[in-house]
Write a protein that binds this ligand. Structure first.
Ligand code: ADP
Ligand code: MG
Length: 227
């Protein structure tokens, strides 16, 4: 059995909305293990982004427990949590979120600049990440000179440059045409085949079909998990 990366135990997230309360996530329990390729599938408003924010500890649960590498994150200081997030979690977003004035190489380097001391092998790591996504030959282009699919490849390289424990992708193909989307999903499949742990959020069953396990959410509840 592979090591646990993230475990949710009875996790709830409630948002106050004036006089009422929105139950964005209700009693979610599941485990993401090393080497998993999991999609979180559900319609708009079902709680996917809420779940993703909790997975990246960008937000805290209202109740229940989240463990990262077997440690309850509620027991980790905010500073330490930010550091774990920076070093061990790679994020990929629908809108790519590249910095337009920096070239591909500098964008990919960004997560390394958050280290107290840049790693000695920084340049090698950047080239390696760019090679993984087949973007080495565009290292000195700026995002504006790239297609959408190429931009998302760079964003994936940036997410990988720290060699994170887990990659979290929220609707990563939402801004791409279906053919380009398929190439990005093939890339995730290949990265997972190489051993990377991936969680992919999507509303589209065709995209979820690329993953090896689907967690279906509806109205804040997990209604199916084929773990
Ligand atoms: P999805 O990503 O699947 O579209 P979300 O996680 O964004 O779903 O939202 C789940 C539910 O929680 C929705 O009903 C949404 O309106 C509500 N919600 C999300 N964020 C907030 C917030 N900050 N305050 C109040 N309600 C929120
Ligand atoms: Mg969402």
């Amino acid at each position: 059995m592979s090591a646990d990366v993230i475990r949710f135990a009875g996790v709830c997230k409630r948002y106050p909305m004036g006089e009422t309360i929105v139950n964005a996530l209700v009693d979610a329990s599941f485990t993401i293990r090393e080497g998993d390729f999991v999609s979180i599938l559900g319609p708009s408003g079902s709680g996917k982004s809420t779940l993703m924010h909790l997975l990246g500890f960008l937000d805290s649960p209202t109740s229940g427990e989240i463990l990262f590498e077997d440690r309850p994150i509620a027991e980790i200081s905010p500073d330490q949590r930010a550091r774990i997030r920076a070093e061990k979690i790679g994020f990929v977003f629908q809108a790519f979120n590249l910095l337009p004035r920096m070239d591909v190489f500098a964008n990919t380097r960004l997560p390394l600049t958050y280290h107290p001391r840049p790693p000695a092998d920084a340049a090698a790591r950047i080239w390696n990440a760019l090679e993984l996504v087949d973007m080495k030959n565009r290292a000195h282009h700026r995002p504006g000179q790239l297609s959408g699919g190429q931009r998302q490849r760079v964003a994936i390289a940036r997410a990988l440059v720290n060699e994170p424990r887990i990659l979290l992708a929220d609707e990563p193909t939402g801004n791409l045409d279906s053919r380009t989307a398929a190439t990005i999903l093939d890339l995730f499949t290949e990265l997972n085949r190489q051993g990377r742990t991936i969680v992919l959020v999507t509303h589209d069953p065709k995209i979820a079909a690329y993953s090896r396990r689907q967690i279906h959410v509806m109205d804040g509840r997990i209604i199916r998990d084929d773990a």
